[in-house]
Design a protein around this ligand. Structure first.
Ligand code: GUN
Length: 293
């Protein structure tokens, strides 16, 4: 069994990006600038956005964090998005999800200028991704592809089972794994809450990508020998013995499933850090595309 070490690979990628930023600085060019909007005070979301901003500093990007109260109206948020769309200094920005109930997420995502949509959530970018056109690939799926590529995990002709059909992970992942090329050329099954006899499907899988948010959901008896496991789950499970009061837990019963797996991502230290690295990569791409124009 080999660990797909997202922590290490993400550090490699950040070093590569930092070197490119240094080159930009040496030439006197503007460095990439990422902005993030967060609405409300959800602890996990604040932590994720904080990590994204910290990662910007680490590679030499500029960053701006915009915190808006949980009572923010959709109109107020759309106004802020318009400002960022029109601000030449900002190369890319994200609106951290989920948003409070009074705000229509799809309206918000459609308001983002597709050329600054480094999350790749705008329908134009999502459509381009589905059509194999060059675009921003959502950071978590992009990170998973990068891990599979850097560890040379064979995907061609394999049966990939994706668990969960979220717009952020499951849906794009199911499209990307079936595309031509590497990683890709898989036969893909997308499973979700209405899937019957899921164990019958997962035991047929060569690769399982789980993005469910149910701690320890995937058990050893649900997988076959030599399976490749990508665990996207990051649930905070209360734990008094931990100084933070919780532990981050994946969707996979790691202790038992890892004994059968050929490759497996740990939680934490697997997909999570890759997501942040690929957001930086998309921001670098956004900057480069602006420079070419
Ligand atoms: N919430 C959970 N994952 C993500 C992500 O990749 N981007 C944004 N904007 N919000 C998220």
């Amino acid at each position: 069994m080999q660990i797909l070490d997202g922590k290490k690979v993400s550090e490699d990628i950040k070093n590569e990006i930092a070197a490119e930023v240094q080159e930009m600085k040496n030439k006197g060019e503007k460095v990439p600038h990422l902005a993030a909007i967060i609405v409300g005070n959800d602890g996990a979301s604040l932590t994720y956005v904080g990590s994204k901003v910290k990662a910007c500093e680490r590679v030499g990007f500029e960053s701006t964090l915009i915190k808006m109260p949980s009572t923010t109206s959709e109109t107020e948020l759309l106004k802020k998005i318009k400002e960022l769309n029109e601000d030449d200094n900002i190369d890319g920005f994200i609106v951290q999800l989920p948003l409070p109930d009074q705000i229509d997420t799809q309206e918000v995502l459609m308001a983002i200028d597709p050329s600054k949509d480094v999350d790749g959530f705008h329908p134009e970018n999502f459509g381009k991704m589905a059509l194999d056109m060059s675009t921003f690939i959502p950071a978590t799926p992009f990170g998973i592809l990068e891990l599979l590529e850097r560890y040379n995990v064979e995907t061609k002709g394999k049966h990939t089972v994706v668990i969960g059909r979220s717009h952020i992970v499951g849906r794009p992942m199911s499209i990307l794994m079936g595309r031509k090329g590497f990683p890709g050329n898989s036969t893909v099954t997308l499973t979700h809450s209405h899937t019957k006899n899921i164990s019958q499907i997962t035991t047929q899988a060569d690769i399982i990508i789980t993005a469910l948010g149910v701690p320890n959901y995937l058990k050893a008896e649900m997988v076959k020998d030599d399976v490749v496991i990508i665990d996207v789950g990051i649930t905070r499970v209360p734990d008094e013995t931990n100084e933070r009061g919780y532990v981050i837990t994946g969707d996979v019963d790691f202790e038992n499933v890892s004994k059968k797996a050929s490759f497996i991502t740990p939680v934490p230290g697997g997909v999570g850090p890759m997501t942040i690295a690929m957001l930086l990569k998309n921001t670098l791409l956004a900057r480069e595309q602006k420079r070419i124009k």
